[in-house]
Every structure is written in structure tokens, then in C-alpha cells.
Write a protein that binds this ligand. Structure first.
Ligand code: 13P
Length: 257
């Protein structure tokens, strides 16, 4: 059975002081949750502070981005080995905000996915269509391109270390989440792509998270769906109360799933 994963993508929020406060609260309130993998992805500047707070707990550290090169003259960038060394297990790759505002393409995303795996980091590969693309009936074309190109260099042995996050761009930060049916339809489609490439047994074990306006009120219905294995949470992850509620509600559903 796939162990669901809920990751908080804090985006460009929280000073290190605030990050320590938030992660301490989350640690205290979620210490006994075992049936969900809980991941916090603070900004680079707070990674080591949050690492210290969650050391030896059920909470795991992740980063929001990285470069694909191991080192070199790339001002302002962070290498995979640096993230590994600081204690990250996960790294978000190809978030739509990176694609839209910072020019990331399927090609750079693929390089990053491979570089992460080489460093024993688990990439959370983000895929998803824009509103116009959905309206024009292009959702499946865009998602399959993101998935296939992003995983071009990923073999059978590595795919189980990858998490896919389906994040429809129109649902991010808008308060308008995809309905459970809409999300399940795309998650099933993604699992089909994985099955064609890696076989059914492997694809049945790859985790696919949903992201886009997930909150404590909609998580239960989303996570009930067969192919939804957790959530990548933005806004609701930077307030202690809402993140804690959201994870607890998901945990209750997972017990029944
Ligand atoms: P929101 O939860 O704020 O919609 O953001 C989702 C997201 O982009 C997570 O990566």
C-alpha cells in the first residue's frame, strides 16, 4: 500500500525565527501521526533551523528547488549535494511558479529530476495545466508532456523514489481546488502513463499528490480518492492550525481507506 505524503510548500514565506516557531508547533501537534509522511519545505534560509527542530521526529525536510549541476559558477543557485548535506530528503522540482516566473522548461526540469536522484534526493515532480489549457481541452496533453519529459531519464529502479504532484495551475492560490472527481481523473491518467512506461506493479507503488487550494475542509474528500496519495499544500501550510488540522483529517481518512 502507498503511504500518503503531505508536504507543506512554504514558498517565499517565513524568516528563520518564524520558521522555528511554525515547525515547533507542527512537531508538537503532529508527533503521533504515523500513517502519513509529513514533509516541510521551508525557504533555503530556514532549512538548517527547521532541520534542527524536527531532528528525530516523524517530520521530514524538503527544499523547494535546486540547480542540476553539482557545483560551479552559478550565482544564486543551490546544488543537490548542498541540500543532501543539510538534511533534505525531498526537493520540489518544476513547480508551476518556477516554470511561469523563472523560465523552467520540461528540459531543465528533467535535468533536475535526474540530478536529485543521483544525489539520493527524492524529487517531487510538479505537473499540471493552466486554465486556458483546461478550457481548450488540452489538460491530458499538457500533463502527459510534463510527466513523460520530466521522467525521460528515470529508470525502473529510481521511479519509486519520485513523487508526482498534480497541481493544476488554476487551482493554486485561488481558493478554487479541483473537485475530487477532476483530480482523480488526472491522477488515474498519470498512473496509466507510469504503467505504460514501468509496468503496472511499479506504477501501483508510485505516490501521486494533489496540490492547489488544499485546506482542512477539502482534504478528506480528496484523499478518499483511489489514486490521490496526499497533498502538496501552499497557503494552508504556513499557518500552524490549518496545517495541523489538515494532516489530522487526512490521517483519519487514511485509517479507513
Ligand atoms: P496553495 O495551496 O496555496 O493553492 O498552493 C499550492 C501549491 O502551489 C503547492 O505547491
Amino acid at each position: 500500500m502507498r503511504r500518503p505524503i503531505i508536504a507543506g510548500n512554504w514558498k517565499m514565506n517565513k524568516t528563520s525565527e518564524e520558521a522555528i516557531l511554525l515547525s515547533n508547533g507542527i512537531k508538537r501537534d503532529l508527533f503521533d501521526i504515523q500513517n502519513i509522511e509529513i514533509v516541510l519545505c521551508p525557504p533555503f534560509t530556514s532549512l538548517s533551523d527547521v532541520r534542527d527542530v524536527i531532528l528525530d521526529t516523524n517530520i521530514i525536510l524538503g527544499a523547494q528547488n535546486m540547480h542540476w549541476q553539482a557545483e560551479g559558477a552559478f550565482t544564486g543557485e543551490i546544488a543537490p549535494g548542498m541540500l543532501k548535506h543539510i538534511g533534505c530528503k525531498y526537493v520540489i522540482i518544476g513547480h508551476s511558479e518556477r516554470r511561469i516566473y523563472f523560465g523552467e522548461t520540461n528540459e531543465t526540469v528533467e535535468k533536475k529530476v535526474r540530478a536529485a536522484l543521483k544525489e539520493n534526493l527524492s524529487p517531487i515532480l510538479c505537473v499540471g495545466e493552466k486554465l486556458k489549457e483546461r478550457e481548450n481541452g488540452k489538460t491530458f496533453d499538457v500533463v502527459s508532456e510534463h510527466v513523460e519529459k520530466g521522467l525521460l531519464g528515470v529508470g525502473e529502479k529510481e521511479i519509486l523514489d519520485v513523487v508526482i504532484a498534480y497541481e493544476p495551475v488554476w487551482a493554486i492560490g485561488t481558493g478554487k481546488n479541483a473537485t475530487p472527481d477532476q483530480a482523480q481523473e488526472v491522477h488515474k491518467f498519470i498512473r496509466g502513463i507510469l504503467s505504460d512506461k514501468y509496468g503496472k506493479e511499479i506504477s501501483d507503488n508510485v505516490r501521486i499528490q494533489y496540490g492547489g487550494s488544499v485546506n482542512p475542509d477539502n482534504i478528506a474528500d480528496l484523499i478518499k480518492e483511489k489514486d490521490i496519495d496526499g497533498a502538496l499544500v501552499g497557503g494552508a501550510s504556513i499557518k500552524e492550525g490549518s496545517f495541523v488540522d489538515l494532516v489530522k483529517r487526512a490521517s483519519d481518512i487514511v485509517k479507513e481507506k
